[in-house]
Design a protein around this ligand. Structure first.
Ligand code: 5CA
Length: 445
């Protein structure tokens, strides 16, 4: 992308309404604009990151054997009356009447709708197990929307639903989701710790939240520091293996890690004192197993292998895709701007031309721009007629992981400068070597 042709309305000053870094930086870097409290337009740069995260979530869900689909944002109230949640959900639910006076709602989650789809089509255990998911906008009329996309009213969420004939199958689905979520967050360059959690309005007995540690997080968390050393890494996972998924579940959930809602002082006291930690965290996902809660009330039954009619065992699993952008920025920024992890960067490499229109600089920038594009690296070429300081400040603000600076002085010696956004380290090399370097770095991501 040539910056002169892009739409990147950066702000020079800090917006007064933004209390935390991610909100401030998303506004300043021209990623989002508020439309109403807790409701945002996604400008091109923000939308690009949102799509990247959505793709990673899709890939990891399908790797685990889960099936994508799409349900609407609007649902009929009748289904929610059937499950008994129409009244329970309270003021967080946005209720709408259509022209015929029928009650609709903007979905805050989809347990009822998916259960309805399921019960109308599946009648035998032979069609199970099944896990369906979608990534769709949700609306929760939060009393205090704040921190930008972190606590929005309209937000983008992946929600998945598993159907199993018995509890054992549903518990495997629970473990499999935990493993696939660990993979998803690691791929985004984030450490998200599974913590035993309360089930809230979704219900059920088992639940884990995934928390990214950050001072600005809304949840208070208590954990054994040993849990932060764990990583899935590039180990091969067989998502159909009950033993392997159970093993990984135990590995990641045995060290003490709980949110304040489930915190148990007596158990925490058993963690060696030097490893006890209290901190704050951002909840970027949650998984639930709720057995037959919805299938009983909504009569979603299948015939079992023994020929009996049994309610299916279900769980649901959510990832806050739009909130993840806030969490990523909270975990990756400095006072100059965002520092994207390479896997989620909207533009992988920035090219800064220090003399736009220069006889020496322009052809080299063009060569780099074309070359990086051919390698699929989505470069952002700052071809504006601006001062060097302005160009550097924009690149630092939007956080391309690598920057190639092309100036007349360097080119006299045949070199450009390759700079790492995170470390600030720069190296001089020929333009061809810079192109090679970038290609190699990203072939490993
Ligand atoms: N039906 C279940 C699983 S799909 C469910 O709704 N779970 S949830 O309530 O925990 O939401 C899933 C994830 O959505 C949360 O972990 C959080 O990351 C994100 N989320 C929830 N509320 C908001 C909000 N107001 N703004 C941004 N993200 C949110």
């Amino acid at each position: 992308m040539r910056l002169s042709r892009y739409f990147l309305p950066v702000l020079k000053d800090n917006p007064a309404e933004a209390a935390i870094a991610s909100h401030r930086l998303m506004l300043r870097a021209g990623m989002i604009r508020q439309s109403a409290a807790g409701i945002y337009s996604w400008l091109p740069l923000g939308f690009k990151v949102l799509r990247t995260l959505e793709n990673i979530v899709h890939e990891e869900q399908q790797r685990a054997g889960h099936i994508p689909m799409l349900m609407p944002t609007l649902q009929t109230a009748d289904l929610w009356r059937e499950s008994g949640r129409y009244d329970d959900y309270g003021e967080e639910m946005l209720r709408i009447k259509d022209r015929h006076g029928r009650d609709l709602l903007y979905g805050p989650t989809n347990e009822e709708l998916i259960t309805d789809i399921f019960r109308n089509s599946v009648h035998s255990y032979k069609s199970l197990p099944l896990t369906l998911y979608h990534i769709q906008w949700k609306f929760r009329d939060e009393r205090r929307p704040r921190f930008g996309v972190m606590r929005g009213r309209e937000f983008f969420m992946k929600d998945g639903y598993n159907f199993n004939v018995d509890e054992a199958g549903a518990l495997h689905a629970y473990n499999r989701h935990l493993v696939s979520y660990l993979r998803t967050y690691e791929r985004m360059g984030l450490k998200a710790i599974p913590m035993q959690a309360d089930t809230g309005p979704i219900g059920g007995e088992h639940s884990h939240e995934f928390l990214v540690l950050a001072d600005t997080g809304e949840s208070e968390v208590f954990y054994d520091s040993a849990v932060t050393d764990l990583s899935l890494g590039d180990r091969a996972v067989d998502f159909d293996s009950v033993e392997q998924c159970q093993g990984i579940f135990e590995e990641f959930t045995t060290p003490y890690a709980r949110t304040d809602e489930t915190h148990d002082e007596a158990l925490f006291a058993k963690v060696p004192a030097e490893r006890q930690r209290t901190a704050r965290g951002i909840e970027v996902g949650q998984i639930f197993y709720f057995g037959t809660k919805y299938s009983e009330s909504m009569k979603a039954k299948v015939s079992s292998p023994e020929g009996k009619e049994v309610p299916v065992h279900m769980g649901s699993h959510g990832i806050g895709v739009s909130r993840l952008i806030g969490a990523l920025i909270e975990a990756n920024h400095d006072d100059k701007g965002i520092i994207w992890p390479e896997s989620v960067a909207p533009f992988k490499v920035g090219i800064v031309n220090l003399k736009q229109g220069g006889e020496a600089t322009d052809p080299v920038c063009e060569m780099l721009y074309q070359g990086l594009q051919l390698c699929g690296l989505d470069p952002l070429y700052d071809d504006r007629d601006e001062r060097a300081g302005t160009k550097f400040a924009s690149m630092d603000l939007i956080g391309c992981p690598w920057r190639i600076t092309v100036g007349p002085r360097g080119l006299k010696n045949g070199v450009v400068e390759l700079t790492n956004r995170r470390t600030g380290e720069s190296e001089e090399m020929s333009p061809e070597a810079a192109l090679d370097c970038c290609t190699q770095i990203f072939s490993a991501v």
